[in-house]
Design a protein around this ligand. Structure first.
Ligand code: SF4
Length: 612
């Protein structure tokens, strides 16, 4: 049979189906494009032609700040509360949208474009739902349009994130809120912290307060996920974290911002304030130092930590450690948008590792730096080798910019580490973006942008090879383009890492039961893996579980949530690591002659002996 032809063997009466060559397919595409062009030209005949321009948004001016309320949402409630405080500390009126739900999703479908990804429906719909709620409480549409603006992130693409702004506008227009303003915090401009809107100013104080708010939310989420599954009194972590949120939000909202008058002696303050340049630079540097090393942040975190410290934990519960990754919205939201997956996993007996927003910020920084490095002699002309001074100048310029990116990374890492230390020291460090790019590179190009880019693949490998999770669950929205690409690659990844338990779940407005049952099945495997690991580790210590339990009962510090249990390289579970540690503590207190006795050996003990 000709390679280019194929007989329809299942139907002997049908004419043979002929597969087209590539050139024929190209010609066919071109023919259809031309046909469509002719159709559109005929349709618009006689009408003036105009190039499409992005609609010019009615500006949100500084004069409106006192009467216009900024709406935002789409993160976890902790992040949202804290960011609201950052807005309030800068003098803005702000309201939070409730967690996106299925009712909002349906509204998004009703008023938005067809064929969007799932987060677009959820996000546009839950904005419309809120605006309709305001209307039902008696506000006219004009009042809503005049007195509210929506603040969101955006990007130039390449995935549908680039269309969010347009989608919001279309959906609010279709829902009848003509002229409702959508303010954008560009993904690409995010690094430069520019909004282009005069009413919304990203000063040093506001920017650093917002970063602190994000970091507080990230670390608090992380810490609570480590404590909650082991709490002795059910519900205590949630109660404590609610109280802490009140305190941390108040600390951000009521923060006393740096001012020369408050910190310098009057004679020096007068001199600094007399010179505009000296005033601006002193204020900028002073504010940065105050946010990075000032006492106010430490005090707020200490108060929060003290409340959490009272929770009693039992780390001997054997639980599979599940790392949740995926697309930004799906892995962050805490409601219908991801089938309430975090609550479900914990109910099913898992300990979860959530993804901090800070990793995404670090990814943006890393990407900007790596792009700049990669395009070294593309974005600037390479001077000839003999023009040494020009070459040196170009090199200096290049290195300067690389240095700025490096400073940005170091600065953000410092901010994040400070919050980890302040909230008990058990939060996870940010991931090394260079390592992630290296791990993903054989499967997914590091510059294939959009959504989480190579991160979904990289994190799956990272948590498996470093034994930092028993299972990786990737939450990817229905219709997500970058996640679909990652999924295609993940089968190759799973073939190379045979002991990997990886489950991709497509989130949508429906299908929760199906998704939960698939997770349950994979979780069953992860539970078995965690139990086996625990048994092997326990055997390697040569001790009985009852003895370990008795030792823990006698040492209350081991039941404190912020007690730092060392992580043994190669051992994943919290309970397994805890047993190894308690066993070591018990050995330290054994009489010398007992310590000299030969001990049970096993691969686990060997691992423990050479611990990281
Ligand atoms: S990453 Fe996926 S889900 Fe998120 S905006 Fe892009 S296409 Fe949509």
């Amino acid at each position: 049979m000709d390679a280019a032809t194929h007989s329809a063997s299942h139907d002997s009466d049908a004419a043979p189906l002929r597969l087209k060559s590539r050139a024929e397919i190209e010609r066919e595409i071109q023919r259809r494009v031309d046909e469509e062009r002719r159709r559109l030209e005929a349709q618009s005949a006689g009408q003036p032609r105009a190039h499409f321009h992005r609609p010019i948004e009615r500006p949100f001016t500084a004069a409106e700040r006192n009467q216009v309320t900024i709406l935002f949402g789409g993160l976890t409630w902790k992040h949202e509360w804290l960011i609201r405080s950052a807005f309030q500390s800068a003098g803005y009126k702000v309201e939070l949208l409730p967690t996106p739900d299925v009712a909002g999703f349906q509204l998004g479908k009703e008023f938005g474009n067809n064929g969007q990804c799932n987060p677009t429906y959820f996000m546009t719909g839950h904005l419309i739902k809120y605006l309709q709620g305001l209307e039902s409480k008696g506000q006219s549409r004009q009042q809503i349009v005049d007195n509210y603006v929506f603040f969101t992130a955006g990007s130039c693409g390449p995935c549908r994130f680039g269309m969010y702004e347009a989608e919001y506008r279309l959906a609010v227009e279709n829902a009848g809120f003509h002229g409702f303003r959508i303010l954008l915090f560009q993904q690409d401009d995010g690094i430069n912290a520019a909004s282009g809107e005069a009413g919304l100013k990203f000063g040093v104080d506001f920017g650093l307060s917002a970063f602190n708010a994000l970091n507080f939310g990230d670390v608090l989420n992380d810490v609570c996920c480590q404590i909650r599954p082991y709490e002795v009194n059910a519900g205590e972590t949630e109660r404590a974290s609610n109280e802490m949120m009140e305190r941390l939000s108040a600390a951000i909202r009521e923060r006393r911002m740096f001012h020369v008058n408050d910190r310098f002696p009057p004679w020096l303050a007068k001199k600094v304030l007399a010179n505009r340049i000296a005033e601006a630079s002193t204020h900028t540097i002073g504010k940065i130092i105050d946010h990075l090393w000032g006492k106010q942040t430490d005090e707020a975190l200490r108060a929060a930590r003290e409340r959490l410290e009272r929770i009693e934990v039992d780390r001997l519960r054997v639980k599979p450690l599940v790392k949740v990754t995926g697309e930004f919205f799906a892995q962050t939201t805490e409601g219908d948008g991801n089938f309430h997956m975090f609550q479900f996993l914990e109910r099913e007996g898992a300990e979860i590792k959530v993804e901090p927003i800070a990793n995404w910020i670090m990814y943006l920084l890393w990407q900007a730096k790596a792009h700049h490095r990669d395009r070294k002699w593309l974005d600037m002309e390479k001077p000839p080798a003999w023009a040494l001074h020009k070459r040196a100048g170009a090199e200096l310029k290049f290195r300067q910019k690389q240095l700025f990116f490096g400073i940005g990374e170091a600065f953000y890492t410092h901010l994040y580490r400070r919050v980890i230390r302040g909230l008990g020291g058990i939060g996870h460090e940010l991931l090394d973006m260079q390592e992630l790019a290296r791990l993903a590179q054989p499967y997914y190009h590091r510059f294939a942008r959009g959504g989480e880019g190579h991160l979904e693949v990289a994190k799956n490998i990272y948590y498996t090879v470093h034994k930092k999770a028993h299972m990786v669950l990737s939450l990817k929205p229905f219709g997500c383009m970058p996640s679909t690409q990652s999924d295609g690659t993940q089968s190759a990844v799973m073939n190379h890492f045979k002991d990997m338990i990886f489950l991709p779940i497509e989130t949508s407005g429906e299908g929760e039961i199906n998704a939960h049952s698939r997770v349950q099945m994979a979780l069953g495997e992860a539970k078995a893996k965690a139990k086996l690991e625990f048994q092997q580790v326990l055997e390697s210590t040569g001790k009985r579980l009852e003895d370990i339990q008795a030792y823990v009962a006698d040492h209350p510090e081991l039941r404190r949530p912020f007690y730092k249990v060392p992580h043994v390289h190669g051992v994943t579970g919290t309970a397994a690591n805890f047993v190894l540690h308690v066993s070591d503590l018990m050995d330290r207190h054994r009489p010398l002659f007992a310590r000299l006795k030969p001990r049970a050996t096993s691969p686990w003990r060997a691992v423990a002996a050479g611990r990281a």
